[in-house]
Design a protein around this ligand. Structure first.
Ligand code: ADP
Ligand code: ADP
Length: 230
């Protein structure tokens, strides 16, 4: 079944182009999906549909088999379940210490102190940053900052993790480490979606590829199927 389904979605930015021109996709729970396409294809716009940041002009978006309700309460829940990791970790890292940064979501959810501690500890160990709690995030390397941003999302225990260009601006070694981390996260039924223009990376990593261009889906299927024809 699709954990996320989009049917015939169209979206035009106010005073901007039509960024999505009738997009239909289904994301299967527990899969590793790569959205591949050039700049401006509509990948980030689609990601914003996934967690309700924007609402389609036409078409429907469903999560867990039910259409998204665009109420404040439903959207709060959806944003916890569908975590978005931005391209640039600096926009996501806001607190003076790694602990406070990763705790931000759980604190907002109103969790008790010990539950917050546990969520932070589990998230940091999942990304390989156990012991970094007191460090100021801005002094970390690019790869480490990325991990802090990922831990902050993980601490909310999302079902779906969405990564906009996870390896952009990282050196090859850090990129490799981040993709290995994404593999580790793609367990326990978690669904991982990335955008990339790196065809090689999509081919190696994904079990399902969606090829986009100019606000439309050109092809989708296994990496072998999609890249054999393009
Ligand atoms: P169709 O229903 O178009 O004949 P499929 O049943 O193969 O084709 O796929 C239906 C939808 O589910 C498509 O949007 C496809 O992208 C998506 N899909 C199929 N397999 C997977 C998968 N392993 N991971 C994510 N999405 C998938
Ligand atoms: P991608 O992530 O694949 O690079 P985007 O979803 O960011 O593509 O962009 C799709 C289209 O929408 C592009 O033409 C882009 O210029 C436009 N666009 C993106 N964000 C905005 C915005 N905030 N306002 C107006 N146009 C936008």
């Amino acid at each position: 079944e699709g954990i996320l389904e989009i049917q015939n979605a169209r979206y035009r930015y106010p005073h901007g182009p039509e960024a999505l021109r009738g997009v239909s996709i289904r994301i299967v729970q527990g899969s590793k999906v790569a959205l591949v396409g050039p700049n401006g294809a509509g990948k980030s716009t689609l990601f914003q549909l996934f967690n309700g940041m924007i609402r389609p002009d036409a078409g429907t978006v469903s999560f867990g088999g039910a259409p998204i309700e665009y109420t404040a309460r439903a959207l709060r829940d959806l944003r916890r379940r569908v975590g978005l990791v931005f391209q640039n970790p600096d926009v996501q890292i806001i607190a003076p210490t790694v602990y406070q940064d990763v705790a931000f979501g759980p604190v907002n959810l109103g969790l008790a102190r010990d539950a917050i501690d546990r969520a932070v500890r589990d998230a940091l160990s999942a990304v390989g940053l156990a012991g970094y709690e007191k460090r100021p995030p801005h002094h970390l390397s690019g790869g480490e900052k990325k991990r802090v941003a990922i831990a902050g999302i993980l601490a909310m225990e999302p079902d779906v993790l969405v990564f906009d260009e996870p390896t952009s601006s990282l050196d090859p070694a850090s990129s490799e480490e981040i993709m290995e981390l994404l593999d580790e996260l793609a367990t326990d039924g978690r669904t991982i979606i990335i955008s990339t223009h790196d065809v090689e990376l999509a081919y190696r990593w994904a079990d399902h590829v969606i090829l986009m261009e100019q606000g439309m889906v050109l092809a989708r299927g296994s990496p072998e199927e999609v890249f054999a024809d393009h």
